[in-house]
Design a protein around this ligand. Sequence first.
Ligand code: FAD
Length: 478
Amino acid sequence: MGKPTGFLEFTRELPKKRPVEERIHDFNEFVHLYEEERLNQQASRCMDCGIPFCHNGCPVGNLIPDFNDAVYRRNWKEAYEILSATNNFPEFTGRICPAPCESSCVLGINQPAITIEEIEKHIIEIAFQKGYVQPFKGIVRTGKKVAVVGSGPAGLAAAAQLNYAGHSVTVYERDDEPGGLLRYGIPDFKLEKWVVERRIKLLEEEGVIFKCNAEVGVNVNMNDLLRNNHAIVLAGGSTIPRDLKIPGRHLKGVAFAMDFLKLQNKKVSNKPIGEDFVATGKNVVVIGGGDTGSDCVGTSNRQGAISVTQFELLPKPPQDRNDYMPWPTYPMVLKTTSSHEEGVDRKWAVSTKEFIGDEDGNLKALKIVDLEWKLTEDGRPAQFVEVPGSEREIPCEVALLAMGFLHPQHQGLLIELGVDLDERGNVKANDKHYQTNIEKIFSAGDMRRGQSLVVWAINEGRQCAARVDEYLSGVFSK
Ligand code: FAD
């Protein structure tokens, strides 16, 4: 702790953003960096709290007070070394993490929490700028080969760690570029793709091999992979979206959020696309109130939608913590994202009953109804009934389904391999060994855990890699 009185002298301040009216005309990131003095002040707010609950809040266990102290002392190299000891990709989490660490910051009990996520982003960007981030070249090879299926944050973290342990790693990715949802899900305005490419290049320079347009179970033979590798890590993500099977689902204009977002990511990267699908000049309704829905809001506004409305089935959450979500738990309070700030009509406790089309099969309206929720004693929504007489139609030419993901794709890879699935349809591999029912096959990330967060995927990749390394070293087998 550099400055004992920092938290008394300075309050929480986030870096400035480009104004909404400017940023909705492009897909670039819009959060500026702090000036050095401001960064120093923000890091100095980290107090000597005794038990840093933020460690616990962070899924990768970042050593937050230690790097805040190094930042306060302007010792950038030390800050980078502390941060990279626990997180392979702070440039991703520093941009897009919902920062559970900040929810458990001790200062957050009665003051605004420390801006941990922003400080993390600054440490890694300064480290790149100053040339501290170099490919690690001192790897001693073990002669063991590992195939990683999927190149999202879980696959990348597993590949990085297994490579450092000396194993020869090949990552197979069915898309034309590595990155998983970092590349073809999360919009550029949250994470520009040069950030992903910069990291992939480093991993390649360290010896990780990437094979793209390579779908294991389709154009990459699973048996060859099993024969030619000592272990396999399945990190294929949770890719099957929840559908809304109501009348009119087939109409032109109703689409899954991911199809819409991926198209836009491709266009920003000047990649070829098939038939385009845009929100330009349309009344857009995003069905689903989570991160994916919010990304659809930001993308629709940038494409020039006439109106953007977002529906959530659940009732509006409270603004602040209540007795049932005390500090340091992650609070289920109202979240307003930067995409929401850009313009959206948010509606809670609304259900969509029908997609209504015109004579040419195009979506023209939604039939919706308000819901009344019964809450449990601790304020959680339990049961709903439709509000009589609230059924109505609203104009809508584009409806984007952003209601989450059910489980990984079973067809192809998983069925062919015969791996066991859990009751939710995810790959069954316990969090002690990350090993599936098949001895040399392991799994990590959303494919094992279910739909989650980038920081959890990184944690899963790291933990899984450690278990694979133990397995390859003979510490355990099936
Ligand atoms: P993925 O990132 O899904 O990567 C899996 C990869 O495996 C894919 O590239 C896929 O093509 C590949 N693959 C699958 N099967 C095969 C096969 N048979 N052969 C070869 N390759 C295969 N989290 C946050 O923390 N912050 C956010 O702001 C955020 N925003 C999000 C926005 C959207 C639109 C979505 C959909 C998710 C968001 N998330 C966010 C969640 C986060 O992106 C995921 O939790 C995370 O990417 C999961 O990582 P993963 O490596 O397990 O899987």
